[in-house]
Design a protein around this ligand. Structure first.
Ligand code: PGA
Length: 250
């Protein structure tokens, strides 16, 4: 049985103080839900304070990005070794906004995945096609290519160490969700690809999240699909009630 995992990607929203208030509002609404791993991913500046608030709550703390080197002359960057002492356990890598606005490539993301695993952080590796790619019938080749570029040669000690998030770029922040069939189809493809890299046993246990306009109204039916094991939530994670409703509906 794969344990569901729901992560809130707060993106570039919330000051440290606002983030603490959101976490404080959220904890009582979800901390009794044991069947779901809940991860909050505030901006870097809020990680220390949100980490303190989450201590002992059963919720997990995630970062939204990291550099692959442990330290060095990389102005503006943050390494795994800086995240770990804050209580960070997960890190979103290769989000489509990083790929699009910051021109992150598969080889760079692959280095980050390797560095995160080495440091003991769980990468939430994001993949997904753009609208133009879907309309051109390239969804399968794009997603397969991203998985190959980001995971090939990566070694995994146990399935819990890696989470993959399928986020169709056209569904992010647009209010458009993939249909259940579209989402399940790509999730099954991702699991087949993971089987190539890691074997049937591990691949059967790796969690694959869906992301892209997940809301309380559509979360349950998405999560009921055989290969959907959780959600990566953007907009709806900024409101305690709607994020808690998603966690509870899962
Ligand atoms: P959204 O964002 O839920 O606002 O569509 C999802 C994401 O970017 O992870």
């Amino acid at each position: 049985m794969r344990r569901y995992i729901v992560a809130g990607n707060w993106k570039m929203h919330k000051t440290a103080e606002e983030a603490v208030n959101l976490a404080l509002a959220l904890i009582p609404l979800v901390s009794d839900v044991r069947s779901v791993e809940v991860v909050l991913c505030p901006p870097f500046t809020a990680l220390p304070s949100v980490g303190e608030v989450l201590n002992g709550s059963g919720l997990f703390l995630g970062a939204q990005n990291m550099h692959h080197e442990p330290q060095g002359a990389y102005t503006g960057e943050i390494s795994a070794s800086m995240l770990l002492p804050l209580g960070v356990s997960h890190v979103i890598l290769g989000h489509s906004e990083r790929r699009h606005y910051f021109i992150e490539s598969d080889p760079q993301i692959r280095e980050k995945v390797g560095a995160a695993l080495q440091a003991g952080l769980t990468p939430i590796l994001c993949v997904g096609e753009t609208l133009a790619e879907r309309e051109a019938g390239e969804t399968e080749s794009v997603v397969s290519g991203q998985l190959e570029g980001c995971l090939e040669g990566i070694e995994l000690a146990q399935a819990e160490d890696l989470v993959v998030a399928y986020e169709p770029v056209w569904a992010i922040g647009t209010g458009k969700t993939a249909t259940l069939e579209q989402a399940q189809e790509v999730h099954a493809l991702i699991r087949a690809k993971l089987t190539q890299f890691f074997g049937v046993d591990l691949a059967g246990k790796i969690r694959i999240q869906y992301g892209g306009s997940v809301k309380p109204e559509n979360a349950a039916e998405l999560m009921a699909q055989p290969d959907i094991d959780g959600a990566l939530v953007g907009g709806a994670s900024l409101d305690a009630d709607s994020f808690a409703a998603i966690v509870r509906s899962v």
